[in-house]
Ligand binder design. Structure first.
Ligand SMILES: [Zn+2]
Length: 132
């Protein structure tokens, strides 16, 4: 078997070549690691954005739900009447404005009564008297 004899220059050149390949491989690894880090960072950012969006949607849904609740409550109150005491602007007496009267007034779009039944009746009598 023939043994190749290397000159010092050849050995040095080979060593240089080996070091160069090692450096290239190290650089390649470094770039791969950098790319992986970048991808990981990007993935986390996407996760963060998705989570942020999810919470925003949750917030909007909750806001809408509360708004609907508020509307329903408003509607319920508008159709719920309780007996109320009003003060007659003519005789100054308190009089009852019953729930059913309130409902009737609302259906007819009347204003709330300003006078008690007696005063209203007496004004009707005067008007009728004037008309006749
Ligand atoms: Zn009155």
């Amino acid at each position: 078997m023939e043994e190749k004899k290397y000159t010092m220059a050849e050995l040095l050149a080979e060593e240089d070549e080996r070091l160069k390949r090692e450096a290239e491989e190290a650089e390649r690894q470094r770039l791969i690691n950098e790319e992986n880090k970048r991808l990981e960072k990007e993935r986390k950012h996407q996760e963060y954005l998705a989570e942020k969006e999810r919470r925003h949607q949750e917030y909007l849904a909750e806001k809408e739900r509360r708004h609907q609740e508020w509307l329903a409550e408003k509607e319920r109150r508008a159709n719920t009447f309780e007996d109320k005491m009003l003060t007659c602007k003519k005789c100054g007496k308190e009089f009852l404005w019953s729930a059913s009267e309130q409902k009737f007034f609302k259906e007819k779009s009347f204003f709330r009564p300003s006078m008690c039944k007696e005063c209203r009746a007496s004004i009707k009598v005067i008007n009728n008297f004037r008309r006749s």
